[in-house]
Design a protein around this ligand. Structure first.
Ligand code: SF4
Length: 334
């Protein structure tokens, strides 16, 4: 269903709220997604005013290490690590400690904002969690900020990781509640939301976002972002689908992912959850190539050196991209 709010009404709301937070309704958010191309510079200006207000000129850089790869029992359609995927990827239970710790030292030595550690799978044994906690203790000795992308934890397991020093957990919503069953049937959206709330109760910072380009509607994107507004994650990563051969979404139609459409989603994320670190994650190098300056005027966080099973821009090129665009990369580690 299309929005009843006119573009003129939205323009007026936006111009009344430059540099201010405003609680957009679902209909207003849908109307933003429907704004015509000629409104993009203004939309970016309004989103950019909030970016400046809360994040200044800084861009945080995150490095991702895939600590456990493949063999996942879940059937997330976009994921190369799922049991349903035939993608040709490396599969291992634990990445070599040498690689994990050298990545961590790299984050430390280059003063990157955070080391993100991805683990495939949805359920872990207590022994696995104890092993991970030990690795976290080693890495925290370097003073790096750590985030684990990990499935559903029990409270006991989450506390073990908290005591080991883990700062933040990534658990994405990925899509809207009503579209989720098209993406995954081995767990529910509700389980994801509940897991996030449990982690918040235990005092974890939360990184939670989604993937755009999986066949969802604009309304689905709005609904996901409104749920993220409820959650108020410290970081909100938006991924733009990179269809991976061998996954059910390998032939997904990504023609909708024009730079302008992708930018609109990021602007809406900024308008709805303005104080969060809005991150342009997977797809940045594809969908925003040559448009980094505009991109960074709205988002304040990116990855360097690739994604779980997809390559990305290396660290020195990433830093150059940031400085060439007139931004400074944030130095967070000790
Ligand atoms: S996204 Fe996570 S839970 Fe889903 S298949 Fe991939 S590794 Fe498993």
């Amino acid at each position: 269903m299309s929005s009843m709010i006119t573009a003129d009404t939205i323009r007026k709301i936006l111009s009344d709220n430059i540099n201010k937070e405003y609680s957009f309704s679902r209909e207003e958010a849908i109307a933003i997604m429907n704004l015509p191309e000629e409104d993009m510079p203004f939309l970016m200006e309004v989103a950019g005013s909030l970016r400046k207000k809360y994040k200044g000129n800084y861009v945080s850089i995150h490095l991702l290490t895939n600590a456990r790869s493949g063999n996942c029992s879940q059937n997330c359609a976009y994921c190369a690590q799922s049991c349903r995927s035939k993608a040709d990827i490396e599969k291992y239970k634990w990445v070599d400690d040498e690689k994990l710790y050298s990545d961590n030292a790299f984050v430390h030595d280059n003063h990157l904002s955070r080391h993100c550690i991805g683990l495939s799978g949805m359920k872990f044994t207590d022994e696995d969690i104890e092993e991970l906690a030990e690795k976290i203790r080693v890495m925290k000795a370097d003073g790096t900020h750590l985030c684990c992308s990990i499935g559903f934890l029990t409270e006991k397991q989450a506390l073990i990781l908290k005591e080991a020093g883990l700062d933040r957990i990534n658990h994405n919503l990925n899509s809207s509640r009503s579209y989720y069953h098209n993406i995954c049937t081995t767990h529910t959206y509700e389980q994801r939301v509940n897991n996030i709330h449990m982690l918040q109760r235990l005092g974890f910072e939360i990184c939670s976002g989604g993937i755009i380009g999986m066949g969802e509607s604009k309304e689905d994107i709005v609904d996901m972002l409104l749920d993220l507004r409820e959650i108020q994650p410290e970081a909100l990563p938006i991924n733009f689908l990179l269809p991976i051969p061998g996954t059910p979404l390998e032939h997904a139609d990504t023609t909708v992912l024009t730079p302008s459409y992708c930018m609109k989603v990021l602007c809406l994320a900024r308008l709805l959850v303005p104080q969060s670190d809005i991150r342009c994650a997977a797809g940045r190098e594809v969908y925003f190539k040559g448009r980094e300056k505009e991109l960074l005027s709205v988002v304040d966080s990116i990855f360097a050196s690739g994604y779980l099973t997809a390559d990305g821009q290396g660290i020195s090129d990433t830093i150059k991209t940031i400085t060439d665009a007139g931004f400074v990369y944030e130095i967070e580690s000790d």
